[in-house]
Design a protein around this ligand. Structure first.
Ligand code: NDP
Length: 295
């Protein structure tokens, strides 16, 4: 971790669960932390530990060279940052926007920031609030590398790993979208599996050790499939997509026999059958990436 100077200061805009976790980690690291939230009254625990409570967003922004924003989405961060008084106060300062949204929204905000003389970095947080300030936190960033390095010592106070992914300001949001895509589709599969298991008299806790094993298999597949997707050579050796489609059909039948919605699995099976229909039945399942999007 880089060393912090005694004058290190940060402003945190947004005190939802994540904003509070960020502010708390800054305080723990001894950074002078000013906080503001649209709805007052969420900073009690932080001010009790030394945070400075600002009465307005413009007052909060004026307190520090570095402003970290973490609110629900970019409509919310726009509503805060693009008010004249706040925009004016931000001139010459650096905004690190850790709010999650799309790459286009990040690019749009960066263009707005450049027009107004505001230095801008975009980022995303890939781990839950309990990891913040610990080695398990994962942050990704994009935008000007020099600006990232300049603020790295203060950002390091948040713990974990901070990876700069490139100068394209939308890159962190693009990674975020891709990674959350994995997370939420996997969680939907897990929820569906729990419903089927429950219908068969298996509790979630009974399934858990085996479910974790599937997580480990998924991890291995990610490494193997990444090479195939990037090379465009899909080896179905050991598990061709014809076999995968058959296993999916079993899941559809078993769940629908219990009256459980199998829509997500039906969609996955449909993609597999399309690949087979195109004559690629000996390829592996990940071949579906090519029918979802152009190479
Ligand atoms: P939320 O996503 O619920 O965001 C709540 C914050 O957004 C509050 O500060 C809220 O203010 C503010 N907000 C909402 N609408 C507006 C608005 N129109 N104008 C101003 N402020 C507004 O909670 P989190 O703190 O958990 O998440 C913040 C960000 O962090 C999100 O982008 C989320 O995806 C990301 N994140 C969160 C994780 C988590 O585990 N919680 C994990 C990884 C990323 P108010 O109190 O006034 O409503």
């Amino acid at each position: 971790m880089s060393s912090l100077s005694e004058q290190s200061a940060v402003t945190v805009l947004g005190l939802g669960p994540m904003g509070q976790a960020l502010a708390s980690a800054f305080l723990n690291a001894g950074v002078r932390t000013t906080v503001w939230n649209r709805t007052p009254g969420k900073d009690g625990a932080l001010t009790a530990r030394g945070a400075i409570s600002a009465q307005s967003a413009e007052e909060a922004v004026a307190a520090s060279e570095l402003v970290v924003v973490c609110v629900v989405n970019y409509d919310a961060s726009d509503a805060i940052l693009r008010r004249d008084a706040v925009t004016e106060a931000l001139q010459g300062r650096t905004v690190v926007n850790l709010t999650a949204d799309t790459p286009d929204r990040a690019r749009d905000t960066a263009a707005w920031a450049a027009e107004h003389g505001i230095r801008y970095l975009d980022g995303a947080i890939m781990t839950p609030t309990i990891t913040i300030g610990t080695p398990n936190a994962v942050f990704i960033h994009s935008g000007p590398e020099a600006l990232f390095q300049e603020h790295r010592p203060v950002l390091d106070a948040l713990g974990g790993t901070h990876t700069h992914l490139g100068e394209d300001i939308g890159r962190a949001a693009a990674y975020d979208i891709a990674l959350l895509d994995i997370f939420w589709t996997a969680m939907t599969g897990y929820a569906h599996a729990l419903a089927v298991a429950r219908a068969e008299g298996i509790s979630a806790q009974e399934l858990a050790p085996f479910a974790k094993g599937i997580g480990a298999v998924l991890s291995l597949s990610i490494e193997q499939d990444a090479k195939e997707v990037d090379s465009g050579r899909y080896s179905g050796e050991g598990n061709p997509i014809t076999s995968a489609a058959s296993s999916m059909a079993h899941i559809v039948h078993a769940s629908e026999a219990h009256g459980i919605d199998a829509g997500v699995m039906r969609a996955a099976e449909g993609l597999a059958r399309r690949v087979i229909g195109l004559g690629h039945g000996t390829d592996g399942f990940i071949r579906i990436v090519d029918i979802l999007g152009r190479r």
